[in-house]
Design a protein around this ligand. Structure first.
Ligand SMILES: *Cc1c(COP(=O)(O)O)cnc(C)c1O
Length: 504
């Protein structure tokens, strides 16, 4: 039985945190990210014993290796998993679809908000509730209950996945801020038509950056925090990385069964904050026979530049580029720090956890002060053992949506994020045709209607309503919206709105 403990990437002290600690805290107080210093190994016969498991059964086996039985008993863990994936529209949860020779699409968008973040956030929502309720059940009559008030800002894509993960959860409230008039109608409808009383959407008359700044100052407000226990579900939460590991295993087994053999498997992952592909790295380190993990970036290409040069540079002066794949529009990839920690520990710090934390802290300080650092050659070379990368332009994003549509007999339609991965896959298939490629599809095309229509509107017979828009999303437009308007980007007004809603 595992006895997994966790530590912060920036700590130079011994640490033995529990899974519950790291999930409920999110970001470590020293600014680092939590991770398991030892990555569990797969049972030696896993290819036989795991190959026919369902998605949920596989999730259980994997999560069990990272979460101690004493922290979450097996029956409870099974129940959490079952409830998390019962909301998906596909029995397989994350099915694969053959698109072309060597190319298989891993459809991660069958969750309630039609985006891959559901795979993690459906589970995280249940986990928050589980830990809070368990703690509250131990309290004496009259003692105040533990609560959490999740506050987040969204430019459209992540807010809805967070809301659907947390809706109706006991002792949890969620407030999502978004810039008025600057998110797409479907995104606004998804967030504002949720009826659960614990969900609140604040439409702020300002920009996305204004919303983010307000959230940051609320996090820094000690008095407010002590009272409302402000929490986050952003992409650095360890539970999200953990939950995303299942589909690497599941799709690997599905593919091997379909092809009836021992194919060399490569994963291609549209990447922004490096959370999705990092889950693949854990799967690989656990012992899943992955040949390559290929990072596919849009024009915000810090990861591709790092893989090619070893320099990790924020390019603040260039700024974040607005692309057709907005969920990947970042300057730095927050989860990359976790990969760096393992690479430093095993190649620079002689396997010493504390030393690795010390070195990584130095690099992060350099990044903060100078906007960049350069990793030693041995670190970059070790990263290249399993990672490779490429970058896809806006123009090629559109072209790829067109090509997939016109070349596929079923006229398969992909979203712009998926297109970044598919284009990268085609480039790699040309270089290495003796491998099978699993290209991760991170969103349903209906979520990015503007770009999809731009690519496909010139095709005879194409219709967004008929070919793309699912009935469930279409029906949202007739539902009543619940929105609280905040007429200026004011921290005080947002705090007041939260107080008014929570009524204490
Ligand atoms: C968040 C997101 C990504 C990027 O995932 P990371 O874990 O940040 O690398 C890609 N596509 C879509 C649609 C997303 O929402």
């Amino acid at each position: 039985m595992s006895s997994q403990v966790y530590r912060s990437t920036r700590s130079s002290q011994p640490e033995e945190l529990s899974f519950e600690d790291v999930v409920m805290t999110g970001l470590a107080p020293d600014g680092g990210l939590y991770l398991p210093s030892s990555i569990p190994q797969l049972p030696s016969n896993f290819t036989e014993t795991w190959k026919d498991l369902s998605f949920n059964e596989l999730a259980f086996e994997i999560l069990r290796l990272y979460i101690n039985e004493l922290e979450i008993p097996s029956d409870d863990l099974k129940d959490l998993i079952k409830r998390s994936y019962a909301t998906f529209r596909s029995d397989e949860v994350t099915p694969i679809k053959k698109l072309d020779d060597n190319l298989h699409i891993l459809e991660l968008f069958h969750g309630p908000t039609y985006a891959f973040k559901d795979v993690a956030l459906q589970f995280v929502g249940n986990l928050f509730e589980y830990f809070l309720v368990r703690c509250n059940n131990k309290k004496k009559e009259g003692e105040p209950r533990d609560i959490i008030t999740v506050v987040g800002a969204t430019s459209g894509d992540t807010g809805s996945a967070a809301i659907y993960g947390l809706r109706g959860k006991k002792d949890v409230s969620v407030f999502i801020l978004y810039p008025t008039g600057r998110i797409s109608p479907i995104q606004e409808e998804q967030m504002t038509t949720v009826e659960d009383a614990n969900v609140h959407t604040l439409s702020v008359n300002g920009t996305f950056d204004d919303c983010q700044d307000i959230v940051k100052s609320i996090f820094g407000d000690k008095e407010f925090n002590d009272k409302y226990h402000v929490g986050a579900v952003n992409s650095i939460n360890w539970a999200r990385i953990l939950a995303q590991q299942t589909y690497y295993f599941y799709s690997y087994f599905q593919l091997q069964k379909q092809l009836g053999g021992n194919s060399k498997v490569r994963f291609v992952v549209p990447s922004g904050n490096f959370g999705d592909i990092l889950a693949g790295y854990y799967a690989y380190k656990m012992g899943l026979p992955v040949d390559k993990l290929i990072i596919a970036t849009n024009e915000n290409d810090i990861l591709d530049r790092f893989m090619k040069s070893g320099e990790y540079a924020k390019q603040q002066e260039v700024g974040v580029k607005v692309t057709y794949s907005p969920a990947m529009d970042i300057l730095i990839s927050s989860n990359f720090e976790r990969l760096l920690w393992y690479l430093i520990r095993d190649n620079v710090a002689n396997g010493n956890d504390e030393k690795a934390g010390e070195i990584l802290s130095g690099w992060m300080k350099e990044l903060k002060e100078n906007g960049k650092f350069t990793a030693p050659q041995e670190v970059v070379e070790k990263a290249r053992v399993v990672f490779d990368s490429d970058r896809v332009s806006n123009e090629d994003t559109i072209k790829t949506i067109k090509e997939v549509y016109s070349n596929n007999p079923e006229k398969y339609i992909i979203d712009p994020h998926t297109a970044i991965g598919v284009k990268t896959s085609y480039r790699f298939i040309e270089k290495e045709p003796k491998a099978e490629y699993i290209s991760l599809s991170t969103a349903h095309p209906a979520k990015f209607s503007e770009v999809v229509n731009k690519a496909l509107e010139s095709f005879d017979g194409y219709s967004f309503e008929k070919d793309v828009l699912p009935a469930e999303l279409k029906a949202l437009s007739t539902k009543e919206k619940r929105i609280k308007l905040i007429d200026e980007p004011s921290i005080e007004k947002v705090k007041q709105a939260i107080k008014d809603e929570l009524k204490f």
